[in-house]
Write a protein that binds this ligand. Structure first.
Ligand code: ZN
Ligand code: ZN
Length: 108
């Protein structure tokens, strides 16, 4: 006695498309405080220099960008504004990251 395969098979199955499970969004990790070495302490005065277009501080629009912010690494502020914002517990004007430290960068 011979049975066809179709006897064992039910109606054709449809591929079930499961909804893609996405992991929940993780909250941003808290930035780690960075302590600068003593020898990188900044001088108190900033020489006033000619500022090229697009190179001025995003805050005072007067001084050249010469500060790097930690931990986000943005370089859109002069050292004066960067220090001021940091000392007031402010955030980076670009990415809103809390400024933990600032460091002056040399520019040609
Ligand atoms: Zn400035
Ligand atoms: Zn930033």
């Amino acid at each position: 006695m011979r049975r066809e395969w179709s006897d064992f098979l039910g109606p054709p199955r449809r591929a079930i498309s499961l909804p893609v499970s996405r992991p929940p969004l993780q909250p941003p990790t808290e930035p780690q405080p960075i302590s600068l070495p003593q020898h990188l302490k900044l001088p108190g005065t900033v020489p006033r220099t000619e500022v090229e277009e697009g190179e001025e501080c995003a805050v005072c629009m007067e001084m050249a960008k010469n500060a790097i912010l930690f931990p986000c690494g943005h370089q859109d502020l002069c050292i004066g504004c960067a220090e001021h914002i940091k000392n007031n517990g402010g955030t980076c004007p670009v990415c809103r990251h809390k400024i933990q430290a600032v460091q002056q960068v040399k520019r040609r």
